[in-house]
Write a protein that binds this ligand. Structure first.
Ligand SMILES: Nc1ncnc2c1ncn2[C@@H]1O[C@H](COP(=O)(O)OP(=O)(O)O)[C@@H](O)[C@H]1O
Ligand SMILES: [Mg+2]
Length: 383
């Protein structure tokens, strides 16, 4: 189902958790983007891939303990426990002959259980019966996370990893950089719980919209070997008629250059569309910036030149990835004056990021800003 649009009939193999059969297609326009429909038949392998990617990834931190507690063998087993509903799009599965309506089941307007979220955050259970009616069953990413309703708003709470727990601080720093540079973004705030940092952001998807990841967009066309991933993404967006993608990509690439983002994979950015009219809205605001800023590196490995830092999704080096950017003229680097001081305030008296680490990170951040300035000057000299 796509909201109340009946897209197709499926038979799920409950034991192996895959789509064993697909029936007639009733609404080809509503088939998930990137899943091919040929001669009125849905590509079953592609729909299975899409379904599988809807589950919590097998590498989610702490997932082994959570599955053990739930007595389940894989995260795929969780998918149909909440009808496959998510807070990032409007797809779900309605059991045959159940007369359920989207209005009564969706998590945007209906309450959901925090049981699974608590288990995923490692908080265990209170012994009462566990309800699995939760959007956490379908959340992506490797960090521990939980959806909850705060002051009536759906919010995503994400933890950090390793000895530095740096990701939540990085999310707040990236929000500050984007606020100063005028980049459309998801705003993250810091929340402390039992002395551990978490980032909190509001859901940017509404009941009328949905997020479609770049990965799904890139499945809409075959990528020829001679075409770069960057060009392929733009080609797919252009063919679908998604507006202003290039400008927004420039913003993402520039941000990632500054924060030395290591994990901008194809599910960490995407586009929004109207789920009712299927009209394209444009690039999604920038989200998931935590895996950056030498988050897992020891002090001796924090160097502004970032030669050893991986880069995704278009090139393996940030210095290369920024080259195809169409324009960097919109960047006013003076807006970043004092951002290092803002980072110090964000970190505060963290138990995980000590003074020495904070000093080195601030220094590296200032150097990255200088380096971006040099890239911009070089471009001006060339043009
Ligand atoms: N604010 C949000 N609103 C709606 N969906 C979101 C939001 N933030 C993240 N998501 C969805 O949840 C997924 C996991 O979140 P993400 O921040 O990428 O976690 P991780 O850092 O573990 O990769 C994203 O890939 C995206 O599909
Ligand atoms: Mg992610």
């Amino acid at each position: 189902m796509h909201k109340d649009t009946h897209v197709t009939d499926l038979a799920l193999d409950d034991a192996a958790c895959f789509i064993a059969k697909i029936g007639s297609v009733y609404a080809a326009d509503h088939v998930p983007i990137g899943v091919a429909v040929k001669k009125s038949e849905i590509d079953r392998a592609a729909l299975n891939e899409w379904w599988k990617k809807r589950a919590i990834p097998a590498n989610r931190q702490g997932i082994g303990d959570a599955l053990q507690l739930l007595e389940l063998s894989s995260t795929q087993n969780l998918l149909d426990k909440c009808f496959g509903l998510s807070l990032s799009d409007q797809y779900w599965i309605c059991p045959a002959r159940a007369s359920l309506k989207w209005a009564n089941v969706n998590f945007f307007g209906n309450h959901f259980s925090e049981d699974l979220g608590d288990i995923l955050l490692g908080k265990g259970t209170n012994g009462a019966e566990i309800s699995l009616m939760s959007p956490d069953n379908t959340s992506d990413g490797w960090l521990r996370k939980k959806w909850l309703i705060m002051n009536g708003k759906r919010c995503l709470v994400k933890g950090g990893s390793g000895a530095t727990q740096q990701e939540p601080y990085n999310e707040v720093l990236a929000s500050a950089i984007m606020r100063r540079l005028g980049i459309p973004h998801v705003s993250y705030k810091l929340m402390m719980q039992d002395e551990y940092p978490f980032s909190v952001c509001e859901n940017f998807v509404t009941p009328q919209t949905e997020l479609i990841s770049a990965w799904n967009i890139m499945q809409t066309q075959k990528k020829e070997n001679h075409v770069s991933v960057y060009r392929h993404y733009l080609n797919c967006c252009e063919a679908l008629g998604i507006p202003d993608v290039r400008e927004e990509l420039d913003r993402m690439i520039a941000l990632d250059y500054l924060i030395v983002n290591e994990d901008r994979h194809q599910n960490n950015f995407g586009v929004l569309r109207n789920a009712d009219t299927l009209e394209w809205i444009g690039s999604a605001p920038i989200y998931d910036n935590g895996t950056s800023f030498w988050f897992s590196a020891p002090l001796s490995m924090i160097h502004a030149d970032a030669l050893k830092s991986p880069c995704k999704p278009f090139r393996t080096r940030h210095s290369e990835q920024i080259k195809p950017a169409f324009s960097l003229d919109w960047i006013d680097l003076t807006a970043l004056d004092g951002i290092d001081e803002e980072f110090r305030e964000i970190v505060g008296d963290s138990l995980f990021i000590d003074q020495a680490r904070c000093d080195i990170l601030c220094d590296a951040l200032c150097k990255r800003i200088e380096m971006l300035g040099e890239v911009m000057q070089k471009r001006q000299r060339v043009s």
